[in-house]
Design a protein around this ligand. Sequence first.
Ligand code: NAD
Ligand code: MG
Length: 339
Amino acid sequence: MTPKNFDTSRRSVVGGLATGLVAAVGSPAFAQQAAAPGAAGAAATASPLRNPATEYPRPPFAKQEQEWPGLAGRMDPRPDHGETSYKGSGRLAGRRALLTGGDSGIGRAAAIAFAREGADVAFNYLPAEEPDAREVVELIRAEGRKAVPLPGDIRDEAFCGRLVADAVRELGGLDILVNNAAKQHTVPRLADLTTEQFDQTFKTNVYAMFWITKAALPHLAAGASIINTSSVNAYDPSETLLDYAATKAAIMNFTKGLAKQLAKDGIRVNAVAPGPFWTPLQPSGGQPPEKLVEFGGDTPIGRPGQPAELAPVYVLLASQEASYVTGQVYGAVGGRGGP
Ligand code: NAD
Ligand code: MG
């Protein structure tokens, strides 16, 4: 090997490494540019640095309240789910994904990103959320991917079974499952926390995850990925969200146990644990309206996250590139805490 040849091959190894690192970090814009051979160097100049502390809306926010389950389309400002910003790079080409809570918030951001990465997407939501769901269907179809809207209430075990069966039939199989739907309703005092709410929160957040995952498992092959949405509340519970925080701890624990059980089958199971994110969950009972005005202001970054900022994490956990990532919890709390 001549020195010249050595240099050339070394450069391509370094270039390949850089591409892999960029992909692993999950910055979609960078990943797309770096994917072109020889473009890794150009990517740094093509995409200018942006300051995450000054990007996106910050508190104080306008006082607002919505009836549960809330609509993204009625929030002020509207959440950014990556509608105009997320750029895919074929990382989930041909994959088939089912998400719960895919109409709005973090689930919508993941649904948009999955479609732009080449996946067909089925998603569940409540019938009252049809206006949000319509927008997601249009966004997925705009990418030339199949969108399968599946409305219904996941507090019902029989429905959860039908949800998985319908998704599998419409998509022709299943490779990615995202258990993301949740109920969060703030109650300041334990004395006022009703058995009914306690039960509904656990049905939505924990039982449905169990029912849907159990129904999906026979359809998942080696290489499949399960992603559950937990919360900072799993390890740093809010004093006014006792029922919700307990479900999020259960989700984290279930994730880690199931990951061990399924590792030998080649199915990875991970969780995402967000801090404050600007989604309809919060103005529809998740926060008292006066607290929502300052939402996210107590994080080091000084603002809530936007759903678009979590989409690359769901893509990474779903993708083959994360083949050694299982039983993990990815925290996103704006600079504080961690699972
Ligand atoms: P969101 O309101 O946009 O999404 C929650 C979704 O849950 C709703 O869109 C709804 O479709 C679904 N849902 C609720 N009850 C249901 C039921 N009975 N049947 C079917 N669907 C039902 O809010 P989001 O913040 O994007 O929530 C997504 C996930 O993120 C949740 O698991 C939530 O706990 C988690 N999370 C959110 C935050 C935050 O600050 N927004 C922080 C930590 C964790
Ligand atoms: Mg919604």
